[in-house]
Design a protein around this ligand. Structure first.
Ligand code: TRP
Length: 336
C-alpha cells in the first residue's frame, strides 16, 4: 500500500444521469486517477436527490445510469469503494445526531438553500434545509481527509467542517478529521466550454455533449455550434465562441489537427464547417468506446448488482466503525 492510500477521499454524485464531456474532463478523469493513490469512497447520492421528489421510475433509472457511466469511465470497484448512499443506513443515523447541533440560522443562510428556495418556493422542505448536514454525514462517516468537489460545493464542505468541529469539541475528542476540498493540479482541471458561444459546458445550460450520446446527434450539435463570420485580419485574436471551439479541439484532437486549423484561422482562410466536421469526428472517436461500455454495463444487471452489493458492504463496514465510536461518545452505547 502506498503512503497516500492512508488518506481518505469521499465524493458523492447526484444521480441526475448522463455525464457530459465537461463532467468527464472536469472531474471523473481525476477520480479515476485518485483511486490508485487514496482510499476512495465514491457514491451515488440518491437520498440527496429526494429533495426534488423524483418519480420512483426516474430515480431507479438515474441511479443505474450513473453507476454504469462511472464504471464505463474507469472507476474500478477493485480499487475504489463505489456504492449507493441509501444502501448505507449508518449515514442516516449519523445525520440524525448531527442535526441536533445544526442550527436553523446557519442552515437558512446557506447560499444553495437560499437559491433553491427562491427557485422553488413551493418546495422548501426540511430535507432541503438540512441537505448540508446529510452531506457532512456522508463525508465524516468515513473520516475523509479530502473531498474533490467543484466551487459550487465549497460552502457545503465548509459546513461539514463546522459540524465535525462541533462534534469533536462537544465530546472532547478528535474523532473526525476536518475534510478539505481536494484541488487538482492546475493542468488537470480543464474547464470544458459549451457549444453555445460562451461559458462552460453544463447539464442545465443545455449546451453539453454527453458521453452516452449517439454519433449522429453529436454531429448535429457540433455543426450547430456558434461561430462568427470569420477572421478579417491575419493573426487576429479569436473571439470567445471560436476560442471555445479550439479549446474543445485541444481536448479531443491531435496537436497537428489543432495546429492546422489554427494556421488556417491566422491566414484568414479557415472554413468553420470543415473544422466542425473534424471536431465532431474526434469527439465521436473519443466517446464511442465509452458509449459502448456504458451500453454493455447497463445491460449487465447481474454485474451492476454485484458492484452495488460489494460496495455497500465495504462502505457499511467503514461507516459502522465510526458510528459505534460516535454512539459511545454520545452515551448511546449501553454500559449496563
Ligand atoms: N451535494 C453534492 C452535489 O450536489 C453531492 C454530494 C452529496 C456530495 N454528498 C456529498 C459531494 C459528499 C461530496 C461529498 O454535487
Amino acid at each position: 500500500m502506498t503512503e497516500k492510500k492512508q488518506k481518505t477521499v469521499v465524493s458523492g454524485i447526484r444521480p441526475t444521469g448522463n455525464l457530459h464531456l465537461g463532467n468527464y474532463f472536469g472531474a471523473v478523469r481525476s477520480f479515476v486517477k485518485m483511486q490508485s493513490e487514496y482510499r476512495c469512497y465514491f457514491f451515488i447520492a440518491d437520498l440527496h436527490s429526494l429533495t426534488t421528489h423524483p418519480t420512483p421510475d426516474n430515480l431507479q433509472a438515474g441511479v443505474k445510469q450513473v453507476l454504469a457511466e462511472y464504471l464505463a469511465c474507469g472507476i474500478d470497484p477493485e480499487q475504489a469503494t463505489i456504492f449507493i448512499q441509501s444502501d448505507v443506513p449508518e449515514v442516516v443515523e449519523l445525520y440524525t445526531f448531527l442535526n441536533m447541533n445544526a442550527y436553523l440560522g446557519e442552515l437558512e443562510r446557506t447560499t444553495s438553500f437560499k437559491e433553491k428556495a427562491r427557485q422553488n418556493p413551493d418546495n422548501v422542505n426540511a430535507g432541503l434545509l438540512t441537505y448540508p448536514v446529510l452531506m457532512a454525514a456522508d463525508i465524516i462517516i468515513h473520516k475523509a481527509h479530502f473531498v474533490p468537489v467543484g466551487k459550487d460545493q465549497e460552502q457545503n464542505l465548509e459546513m461539514a467542517r463546522k459540524f465535525a468541529t462541533r462534534f469533536n469539541h462537544m465530546y472532547g475528542h478528535r474523532l473526525f478529521p476536518l475534510p478539505k476540498p481536494f484541488t487538482f493540479d492546475g493542468h488537470e482541471m480543464i474547464k470544458v466550454p459549451g457549444l453555445d458561444g460562451s461559458g462552460k459546458m453544463g447539464k442545465s445550460e443545455g449546451n453539453g455533449i454527453f458521453l452516452y450520446e449517439d454519433p449522429a446527434d453529436i454531429r448535429k450539435k457540433v455543426m450547430r455550434a456558434v461561430t462568427d463570420s470569420g477572421p478579417t485580419m491575419m493573426n487576429q485574436e479569436k473571439p470567445e465562441p471560436i476560442r471555445n471551439l479550439f479549446t474543445l479541439m485541444k481536448i479531443v484532437s491531435t496537436p497537428e489537427t489543432v495546429a492546422f486549423f489554427d494556421g488556417q484561422y491566422n491566414q484568414c482562410v479557415i472554413r468553420y464547417g470543415d473544422m466542425k466536421k473534424q471536431l465532431a469526428e474526434d469527439i465521436i472517436a473519443f466517446t464511442a468506446p465509452i458509449r459502448e461500455r456504458i451500453l454493455a454495463i447497463r445491460n449487465d444487471e447481474v454485474y451492476l448488482a454485484r458492484v452495488a452489493r460489494e460496495g455497500a458492504e465495504k462502505a457499511r463496514e467503514s461507516a459502522a466503525k465510526t458510528l459505534a465510536e460516535v454512539k459511545a461518545l454520545i452515551g448511546l452505547k449501553r454500559l449496563w
